[in-house]
Design a protein around this ligand. Structure first.
Ligand code: L3W
Ligand code: SF4
Length: 439
């Protein structure tokens, strides 16, 4: 059994090589090709058109709950449950938002979905809007990917022309307007409330939660936000049923997931595999560790997730439960593979700089702490480390965690603690070397 996000030519348990990219730059993304692959069949089923049975809002939400689909943006929150938070009877405008502000280091899946299969996201959003009684939606697309934004706009035009978007969709009483919005490239705008601020035309800074967007979202109105890959899974689920999707993965971890495998592998790329696939199998699909080298460590879920040493990750399966039991997070599914030539202090320096640079500056522990972490790692890496620096890094990390408005603070601190926990000897060696040189 294998569920696909629908793009059989693209994400089917195999590497996307440059030739496939070249082919897909042709017309495979268009509405004609999408419909030839079974696209918009779920919408017809939903609206009771062309022999479809017609589904109620409750039936759609029940199917989503049954599927076990969990948010693919990083937190893994159950999608059906999130949809059930949306108030049915609300006297004002409700909103649906797709979070395509993909900026997590290592993550590159959403841009490929939008580039090569944009209609699957559009169809997923239409179904979500129907289920929650929403008439306006936005797709917030990361600012640095211009061709992806253009592609999505082109797909929206096709969907409108086909009568799948707009007033009285396919002659029904259901209307839904969907718009694309281009961000400006700030990582923090991927945090859902910063995204909403940015969409409202303000500085993209996270809000305090609660209230969650489900009750106070865009323009202060109830809003449901899901990740691009989450919406992309919806048409298959509606076509084939929640149980079928659940069975593709494992209990509590339904369906398939796209993993962006990067770093020291022979065939880096996006791979869609069933949840619960052994890490070793994913590594094999990605061509194995760079020829002649051995696996040292893996960051399993994007740069915010703690690093795991080779012996730990080799025992894991790729799903939320297994990775969190091992002490990390599945996150957005960006698998960064490091071989035995990697210098862990240098790797941490890159990560620390990223978080320090991307902090929005609202909370003191994050604004000051991320810069502090970066400066301490920087001096260790450049031969000026002090004997107390390892304890200092730990103490700064502990004082950031849980004391900030959004998860960026934790995301900056957790990798530091994990690197020290698993590779302390590399930090100590550099510090001892610095002490010897000073003497
Ligand atoms: C109503 C409640 N809604 C939770 C909703 C909430 C959100 C979702 C999950 O962070 C993580 C972060 C990054 N009533 C609710 C409720 N919700 N309780 O459920 O919420 P939360 O707070 O657990 O997570 P989040 O703020 O969405 C996301 C991590 O993902 N991450 C980042 C990935 C980055 C990308 C990217 O660049 N594309 O995906 C990777 O690990 O650190 O921990 O919708 O409103 N009681
Ligand atoms: Fe901004 Fe950092 Fe505070 Fe998040 S944790 S709101 S990024 S300062």
């Amino acid at each position: 059994k294998f569920a696909s996000t629908g793009n059989e030519t693209c994400f089917h348990d195999r590497h996307i090589d440059p030739q496939i990219y070249a082919d897909l730059n042709g017309s495979n993304w268009s509405i004609k090709d999408y419909e030839a692959r079974g696209g918009y069949v779920a919408l017809r089923k939903l609206l009771g058109k062309d022999g479809g049975e017609g589904l109620t809002q409750d039936q759609v939400i029940a199917t989503m709950k049954e599927s076990g689909l969990r948010g693919r943006g990083g937190a893994g929150f159950p999608t059906g449950l999130k949809w059930s938070f949306m108030p049915r009877q609300f006297p004002g405008q409700k909103h649906l938002v797709c979070n395509s502000d993909e900026g997590e280091p290592g993550t590159c899946k959403d841009r490929d979905i939008l580039m090569f299969n944009p209609h699957i996201v559009i169809e997923g959003m239409i179904i979500a809007a129907y289920a929650m009684g929403i008439s306006i939606g936005y797709n917030y697309i990361h600012g640095e990917i211009f061709e992806v934004y253009d592609r999505f706009e082109a797909a929206l035009e096709e969907a409108r022309a086909a009568g799948f978007l707009g007033d009285n969709i396919m002659g029904s009483s259901f209307s839904f307007q969907l718009h694309a919005h281009h961000g400006f490239g700030a990582y923090i705008c991927g945090e859902e409330t910063a995204l909403l601020e940015s969409l409202e035309g303000k500085k993209g800074q996270p809000r305090f939660k609660p209230p969650f967007p489900a009750s106070f979202g865009l323009y202060g109105k109830p809003t449901t936000i899901n990740n691009t890959e989450t919406f992309a899974a919806v048409p298959w689920i509606i076509r084939n049923g929640g149980q079928a999707y659940l069975e593709c993965g494992k209990p509590n971890n339904g369906g398939t997931k796209i993993f962006s495998v990067s770093g020291d592998v022979n065939l880096p790329g996006n791979y869609e595999v069933p949840m619960g696939t052994p890490f070793s199998k994913l590594l094999e699909l990605a061509g194995g560790v760079r020829t002649g080298r051995k696996l040292k460590a893996v960051i399993p879920g994007g740069s915010s997730s703690p690093v795991l040493p080779a012996d730990v990750i080799m025992e894991c399966t790729m799903d939320y439960d297994s990775i969190s039991k091992a002490g990390s997070m599945l996150g957005s599914g960006a698998v960064i593979v490091m071989d035995d030539s990697r210098d862990m202090v240098e790797s941490l320096l890159r990560l620390s700089y990223f978080y320090s640079h991307e902090s929005c500056g609202q909370c003191t522990p994050c604004r000051e702490g991320t810069g502090w972490l970066w400066r301490v790692v920087n001096r260790i890496q450049h031969g000026e480390g002090r004997p107390e620096d390892i304890e200092l890094l730990d103490s700064v990390s502990v004082n950031i965690m849980g004391r900030t408005i959004c998860a960026l603070g934790d995301a900056a601190a957790m990798p530091v603690r994990a690197m020290i926990k698993h590779f302390r000897h590399e930090f100590e060696a550099k510090i001892q070397n610095a002490s010897k040189q000073a003497a």
